[in-house]
Write a protein of this length. Structure first.
Length: 150
């Protein structure tokens, strides 16, 4: 696990115009989803990106939950890595996992209780994609955009 985001030290430059990044490795178990949401909320608070917090938490939950489920189905025990990359009013959420199963948006019926995760990601993110990794596994990325401050 990497060091969590913290308040700037005296003299440390974390002005809003700078790019910021943070990563955390998550064990592939259901509790990782809640930990990922908490990490996103804390990090965005430190980065003064609170306007993206609700959408980022939801998108992160969906993508991490999909990664954990894929690990479960394939009996994988490798960590899932959550990386946050922020610009002035943008946030890129990237989740890397060891599963080779690529995410596919479902068309769930109205009575099904699951299967809407990627539809939610599509609705909240400016764009999202998934890329296979050369050594196996994949990275799923979602880009969120906040409003511009005057």
């Amino acid at each position: 696990m990497t060091r969590p985001a913290t308040r700037p030290a005296p003299g440390e430059d974390r002005s809003p115009g700078r790019y910021r990044s943070d990563s955390i490795d998550l064990a592939p178990h259901p509790g990782a989803v809640a930990l990922a949401r908490l990490h996103v909320r804390r990090t965005l608070g430190v980065w003064d990106l609170g306007e993206l917090e609700a959408d980022a938490s939801q998108v992160t939950s969906e993508i991490v939950a999909n990664a954990i489920e894929a690990h479960h189905h394939e009996h994988l025990n490798a960590p899932v890595r959550l990386t946050l990359l922020a610009g002035l009013r943008t946030l890129l959420i990237a989740v890397r996992d060891a599963s080779t199963a690529m995410p596919v948006p479902a068309q769930p019926g109205p009575d099904l209780e699951s299967g809407r995760g990627l539809l939610t990601v599509s609705a909240l993110a400016a764009q999202w994609d998934a890329k296979p990794l050369a050594g196996g596994g994949k990275t799923v990325r979602a880009l969120l955009r906040g409003s511009r401050r005057a």
